[in-house]
Write a protein that binds this ligand. Structure first.
Ligand code: AMP
Ligand code: ZN
Length: 469
């Protein structure tokens, strides 16, 4: 398998740190509103990467955070007259509903920045102790970029150029910086903002430190893949490398993957241009599988343009696949129990070649566009080769292969069965029991399963409440 690594700007053979295992970290959204369709691109792309690794037999530990302390969250909380936690909790729940509707699997762990402050204080202290960071008079802690010789290696920027660029920009409140390119690890609280105690001042973390800390806690000092949208290369990921590698003394991630941006009608998506769509808005018009299929119709490193025409084309394309799978499912019920004929054998061999074509596309830096072309060829083959006279085994093999390859793309060929309330309640009771027995791993697993079924849980003082997403 080859992956384009932003670090080397080349496609490289994938070699995991531990055979058969993949540790990946994907930077998640800042939760101050419903997610927009741009945010959905990395979610769908890297969920597909995960699914393909799983298809290949890897065990994937997938971590994706929610940034739940940030200026935008605080601003929204002030506007609504509630606390920041009310805002972040609300939009985490809404984001999880959108993820479920886009068939994005829940991460192995979804850490929250506000729950990891202790780890952040530890890492900042380590950086200070090692000389990579310093506290200014007002209690702000800065990272000393000059102390990290590799600074700029991901974004391929030169620190001297950066420094001369930054020198022009004067930021009020950051007078204590030794150098303009230094960045904030911890900052003093402002009136009305959430804050935590620290050795330097009452305050809150800078944005970049949370990912270094969460990645270390849930995946270890070294991981295989770190991913996100291309806007995160600089400064966010560059700063994460500086923090993690300086604190841990080891290479942080082997591969850095970045998706290109989603534009709307060939323009940058922005609220001020009035071309801004949330995933929820799109769900009023389309099944979100269509949005998912649309996102995967282009290679993840190519810019993607969103338009009504392209969504209609995706809807029709997806319909073609789903109709084929539905027809095979019907034929499976009616076709005869007889041996596979020679002609059917030949068709299965052709199918196998198409699977190889699909895999070759995915092995080549997750080229979902070409994988979908192979899938369409399969549909064409199945539409002509399977009929009333086919053997059940033949029809069933075609159907299973198409289902499996759709599943890798996160496309469900059959509507999810409606789950009965009684089944859900039984699962919730099992989760409560597991919690009582302090088996939190099992409790989390059950919660994850429920989430995959589109069931959201809320722990309240009166007990556990649930609702369908
Ligand atoms: P944010 O909440 O802004 O930190 O974004 C969460 C994720 O969405 C990051 O990985 C961003 O790079 C990504 N992202 C934001 N806007 C777009 C867009 N228009 N196209 C693709 N990815 C985006
Ligand atoms: Zn991050």
């Amino acid at each position: 398998m080859k992956i384009f690594n932003t670090l080397s700007r080349q496609k490289e053979e994938f070699v995991p740190l531990e055979p058969g295992k993949v540790k990946m970290y994907v930077c998640g959204p800042t939760v101050y509103n419903f997610i927009h369709i741009g945010n959905a691109r990395p979610m769908i792309v890297f969920d597909t990467v995960r699914r393909y690794f799983e298809y290949k037999g890897y065990e994937v530990n997938y971590v994706s955070n929610f940034t739940d302390v940030d200026d935008k969250i605080i601003k929204k909380a002030i506007e609504e007259g509630v606390d920041a936690e009310t805002i972040s909790k609300r939009y985490i729940d809404e984001c999880k509903k959108d993820m479920a509707a886009m068939n994005v699997k829940p991460a192995t762990t979804h850490p929250l920045a506000t729950q990891e402050i202790c780890g952040m204080l530890d890492m900042i202290q380590t950086l200070i102790d090692k000389g990579y960071a310093y506290a200014a008079q007002d209690g702000t802690v800065y990272y000393r970029t000059k102390s990290f010789p590799d600074y700029g290696k991901l974004s391929h920027k030169n620190l001297d150029d950066l420094q001369s660029g930054f020198r022009e920009i004067k930021v009020t409140g950051e007078e204590g910086k030794e150098d303009p390119s230094d960045f904030v690890l911890w900052k003093p609280k402002k009136e009305g903002e959430p804050f935590w105690e620290s050795p330097w001042c009452q305050g809150r973390p800078g944005w970049h430190i949370e990912c270094s800390v969460m990645s270390k806690k849930y995946l270890g000092d070294q991981i295989d893949i770190h991913a996100g949208g291309e806007d995160l290369i600089f400064p966010h990921h560059e700063n994460e490398i500086a923090q993690s590698e300086a604190a841990n003394g080891k290479q942080f991630a082997t591969y850095w993957m970045h998706n290109a941006f989603l534009n709307i009608d060939n323009k940058k998506m922005s609220k001020s241009l009035g071309n801004f769509f949330t995933v929820r808005e799109i769900s009023e018009k389309y099944d979100l599988q269509v949005l998912r299929f649309f996102m995967l119709s282009a290679h993840y490193r190519s810019p993607l343009n969103f338009s009504a025409d392209l969504m209609e084309a995706s809807k029709n394309g997806l319909e073609r696949i789903l109709t084929c799978a539905g027809r095979l499912r019907d034929l499976e019920k009616t076709s005869g129990d007889k041996p596979i004929s020679e002609e059917e054998q030949a068709n299965l061999a052709a199918m196998k070649e198409l699977t190889a074509k699909y895999e070759a596309a995915m092995d080549d830096d997750f080229n979902t566009a070409d994988a979908i072309s192979a899938l369409f060829e399969m549909v064409k083959l199945a539409n002509t080769a399977a009929g009333e006279d086919s053997s059940r085994e033949f029809v069933s093999r075609l159907r299973r292969e198409i289902d499996t390859l759709c599943d890798v793309l996160g496309i469900l060929t059959e509507k999810k069965e409606e789950v009965l309330d009684s089944e859900i309640e039984e699962m919730i009771a099992a989760r409560q029991q597991a919690r009582k027995e302090k088996n939190f791993a099992l409790a989390d697993e059950i919660r994850g399963k429920l989430q995959e079924m589109g069931i959201l849980l809320e722990d309240t003082r009166e007990g556990v409440k649930w609702k369908r997403a």
